[in-house]
Design a protein around this ligand. Structure first.
Ligand code: M6R
Length: 346
């Protein structure tokens, strides 16, 4: 019998190599897709995805709005499948994000989008999947086979693929990501720190996860990883939304995972952290060193990376925390209750 979580641990550790591979082998595909998008000149960008892939799409929505200055949105697949919506999608780029490329609702949504005039792009780990086949363009994230139900390496390679693509559309060369694999190796080498953090939160039954701007998708993905591997109730809020109501439920019994990057989003988290401190909350902070030192616990990420690529690194501590928390609570994160690798929702 393999150790509980052996698959998930291996796939977390494979991330730096997967990023290096995508950056080199995926370069031509990224450039070709970027050229086609630039020629098409979309006025709107829509994303469609589920679960972890939806969090990668949320990151890309921030990038599209901030970097490309284009309005962007996440489409709920059910509007086109369950409700049969057929909007006019001319001048729209629709990007489906899916590790498996096999989710029927995404396939149907992309088909509808193509019929309704959108330029379609599938970002997937399976270039011969039905999703890639119905799409005009596709981008292979080259994560290698992902066997663990809890997505880890496919998430960060989705983030990287989407970053490289959107950066290329604005005329960039992706160089902001050059140092990331080495920094990720350092985070993974700090594994023991996450074993200790898992001990700290071993008996928690619920927690809150929060971050702002580019780090909000990280907060959501961290919560999902904890729910599916450790079965605790984890709610994610943007730092802004946390102050608009949910803050009232925070007390010493509800630990808060805070992702604080080195940029605008991180700066906007500082007043949130101060409100949490006033409430005596147990705040576990991941990210910028100063914020981590002022928190109850946490992990300071190595190096300093531009905010727009920080989500690639900042999720790794939470992946490791989810893995070790699951094992500490007597579960096997490779066999989450009632979940399969591909979920069919139509
Ligand atoms: O294959 P897909 O990316 O379309 O799958 C989407 C979700 O089912 C998937 O990301 C799920 O949320 C993961 N188990 C999360 O770790």
């Amino acid at each position: 019998m393999p150790d509980p979580g052996a698959l998930m641990a291996a796939e977390i550790a494979e991330q730096p190599a997967a990023w290096r591979r995508l950056s080199i082998e995926g370069r031509d595909q990224v450039r070709a897709a970027a050229r086609r998008i630039a020629d098409y000149a979309p006025r709107f960008v829509l994303f469609v995805a589920r679960g972890t892939s939806d969090h990668a799409a949320l990151y890309a929505k921030y990038l599209t709005e901030i970097v490309l200055q284009l309005p962007a949105g996440l489409v709920s697949p059910s509007t086109m499948t369950t409700y049969g919506s057929r909007p006019d999608l001319r001048q729209t780029l629709m990007i489906a994000v899916s590790q498996s490329g096999g989710s029927p609702d995404l396939i149907q949504s992309l088909q509808v989008a193509r019929e309704r005039g959108a330029l379609t792009l599938a970002v997937t780990n399976q270039p011969s999947s039905p999703l890639a086949e119905v799409s005009e363009l596709d981008l292979d994230i080259r994560a290698g086979e992902e066997r663990a139900v809890a997505a880890t390496k496919s998430y960060t390679t989705q983030l990287l693929a989407l970053y490289l693509l959107l950066d290329a559309v604005r005329g960039g060369d992706g160089s902001a990501t050059d140092g990331l694999p080495d920094l990720a190796d350092q985070v993974i080498a700090d594994n023991d720190q996450f074993v200790r953090l898992a001990e700290r939160y071993r008996f928690a039954s619920r927690l809150v996860s929060t971050g702002r701007g580019y780090s909000y998708p990280t907060a959501r993905e961290a919560a999902l990883k904890l729910m599916e591997t450790s079965y605790l109730s984890a709610q994610a809020f943007s730092g802004a939304d946390l102050l608009h109501g949910p803050l009232a439920m925070i007390d010493r019994q509800v630990p808060v995972l805070a992702t604080v990057n080195d940029g605008h989003g991180g700066a906007a988290m500082l007043p949130v952290l101060s409100r949490l401190r006033d409430l005596g909350a147990d705040v576990c902070c991941v990210g910028a060193g100063e914020a981590v030192r002022a928190a109850s616990a946490g992990y300071a990420l190595p190096g300093q990376v531009p905010e727009e690529v920080s989500p690639l690194l900042e999720i790794i501590p939470f992946q490791l925390l989810a893995l070790h928390l699951s094992v500490a609570r007597g579960s096997d994160p490779d066999a989450p209750r009632g979940l399969a690798k591909v979920t069919e929702t139509l």
